[in-house]
Ligand binder design. Sequence first.
Ligand SMILES: [Zn+2]
Length: 288
Amino acid sequence: MRIFDPHIHMTSRTTDDYERMAAAGVRAVVEPAFWLGQPRTSPASFSDYFDSLVGWEPFRAGQFGVRHYATIALNPKEANDPRCRPVLDLLPNYLEKDGVVAVGEIGYDSMTPQEDEAFAAQLALAVAHDLPALVHTPHRDKARGVERSLAVVRESGIEPGRVVLDHLNEVTVKLVRDTGCWLAFSIYPDTKMSPPRMVEILREHGTERMLVNSAADWGRSDPLLTRATAEAMLAAGFTADDVDQVLWRNPVEFYGQSKRLDLTDVEVTDLDPPPATFAGNSILRGGS
Ligand SMILES: [Zn+2]
């Protein structure tokens, strides 16, 4: 089984996770730029973070046979902080980099006017840089957040097939299903979406334009819930081809629109590679 996790924050995870993910079949991941859990106070800390998403983290993933790509954006929450707004000016540089396959996560946190503005500006950047966009839907007031996100997407003129709305559930899936946008679901250990609930959604709405991710980060989360969802699909009577479509071909097709995904030789994994370094640092210990 080959698995592409289209939304996971590996910066917050350990090498144990990479090992377990590789063993479970995860061969490629997309890591969206996001909020780090406490406020950043200057654009410079975003630069360093973005650099790590296109430098150190792909290197680290590569040590476990996992292909790593990133999406870059000013996240919705920090779009409200005037100290972070100049990050918007840093984005055009990053959106030209090889490892960047979309603009994201953008969208709404609390649905403020500042978020409106950053959301629209970043959709315009996606159009200008010919990239897809990853839209985070808010955890509170979800249905209204999704409706408003879809309105902003429509106004932006971006092609709906180049947009994915993430963190959907049984209610919001209905709002997005017929819009032409892609639909993504984050499977969590004990809140929001679970593997059995995901299977029901796939039964009702089919497997087309559907993405499943673990959205694992620094909170309670589990990078193996993509695999658990695949197993639940098989147990429910979905075919291996259905599983391959949802867990591999769909994310490849969506992020492939960036023309930057290179998945050649991705099946070849070498979990015991010779010591390699990134800017002089190995994963054994920074600096050694
Ligand atoms: Zn996320």
